[in-house]
Design a protein around this ligand. Sequence first.
Ligand code: MIC
Ligand code: SF4
Length: 652
Amino acid sequence: MGLTIAQKIIKEHMVDDGLGLPKLTEEGIPRVGEDVAIRIDQTLTQDATGTMAYLEFETMGIPRVKTELSVAYIDHNTLQSGFENADDHRFIQSMAAKYGLYFSRPGNGICHQVHLERFARPGGTLIGSDSHTPTAGGLGMLAMGAGGLDVAVAMGGGAYHITMPKMFKVNLKGSLRDFVTAKDVSLEVLRQLTVKGGVGAIIEWGGPGVKTLSVPERATITNMGTELGATTSIFPADEVTEAFLISEGREDVFMPMSSDPDAVYDKIIDIDLDALEPLIAMPHSPDNVVKVSSLKGTKVDQVCVGSCTNSSLMDMLKVAALLKGKVIDSGVSMSVSPGSKQVLRQLADSGALSDILASGARVLECACGPCIGMGFSPNSGGVSLRTFNRNFEGRSGTKDAGVYLVSPETAVAAALTGYITDPRELGNLPPVQLPKEFTIDDSAIIPPLDPEEASKVEILRGPNIKEFPKGNPVGDEIEGQLVLKVGDNITTDHIMPAGSKILPYRSNIPHLSQYCFEVCDETFPARAKEAGRSIVVGGINYGQGSSREHAALVPLYLGVRAVVAKSFARIHVANLINAGILPLTFINPDDYDGLDQEDMLKLVDLKEGIRRGEVTLVNETKGKEIKLKADFNERQIEVLEAGGLLPYVGSK
Ligand code: MIC
Ligand code: SF4
């Protein structure tokens, strides 16, 4: 039996992390569901998760990062409406200088776009403290999102642990017609599989249609694989990949990657690219997908182009070509954020930037910007069409806005007409060509210092940096109030919202805690504090979305000791364990209905229970008992018993 691309990379990077190798199949790869430790070649952080990751790294006492390459990006908190973000940028820059990292300065671009352009390589492994790290899968890298603490451990040379995923394949046939894009391919898969359809799987993209897609198009698709809940998504590395690397002046890192013809997949999906139509995800979930034509005529207030999903040069050139010689509708406010300085410079040099400006669109800096609510929030009740990857409730900064996810082409069609419009109505698609060689300008990337210089660097810490909470070793019993009961598909944006007002406090957990679960229940922080120790109950796919470990650290600070849910999202459950919060699942999902907010709960015989895989929850208020699944491997049990990953790593 042959291997998939991801299985080959995992086989090559599998290590014994002190607990022995996992159970292997005849082909020498870990069996599905086994815990596997992977050697990490590259790491990335962004600023919103980076401050915490570097504070954690610092406590590990390691003099210099041990990866092949680690990069610290500043791209999320760029608004600087007070000292906080500027201080955090300085802190991260000094950490990068001291510990041997590359530092990508604010304005240089969105981490995933820049990493794809300048650092990612086929066949390697990458983890990033951002859930869209799989973007680099577009050029055949095994790239995964992780909590900041997992990234800190990898920077220190430690392995990254995943549960060996199933393998899915999407077979692409044919080629995309005009005005139908890679974004529509992603939306089609989300329509079919939903936001939990990829949980526990790696999605490989293959078939004859692959060669018709450029690397940035592939990266749009692997980027949005995150919204499926997948561990990661990956494309082969082929002649298209090689051409992309040549144009970046990085052909030396090219290495062909493909799956074996007899590789086995747990699920195969066929997509005929010729048959796709422009699609749109309606509020408030990326899988709420319909045809653009079915919403024709809906009035639009705002259009935003950019984000790590759709900010490549090709995306921007298409937008410029469609806007050229036209003016956007007077009722629409439009933003364009190029993904990187490289993209922006090429737009400027080619004259395309001038076409965008002449249309009346507002050009924002190369950063996440509106995607994470850093400015450009829509008007009250506004309809906003965005080329982004997430449209969770409130994420834009305007709670009652309706955010729709679309391709750049559909975004321009709405900007020009003022209404949701099938972009095919725009007439002919002007031809757009990528340059054979890109304008390479790494002047905003500060390379690592040599060890001697680095050792002299002083870490610059602002007053916004506060201590982070330490987990408690899981003992034999946890007693606490059921302080919050929430439904299915709760995102990390519900648990720990972002946006321009809150994001500057990512290194200040006490301040952040005032906003925890604000979207679901504004009284949560006060009630949790009063309860002292508490338990949260959730539905299916609890913690989907971002990699932010703050969605675990802040509840920990507020006294949450356990979360009981119908199922969890991959990165969030790892973050809970890393923080020392016990995640448990219902054996009988109907037991969810028998629990009510404010019930007094007690988890008993935990020491034995978490090893047996089953623990008892006593509902003291109702005088009832239910059984919960404790699905942990030996390492996770040790981490929980140590009170989180930091004390666990410290003890090793
Ligand atoms: C996001 O898109 O939600 C973010 C902001 O990039 C997060 C990281 C964070 O919360 O800082 C992510 O996707 O992991
Ligand atoms: Fe930034 Fe948005 Fe991408 Fe997150 S999804 S990394 S906020 S652009």
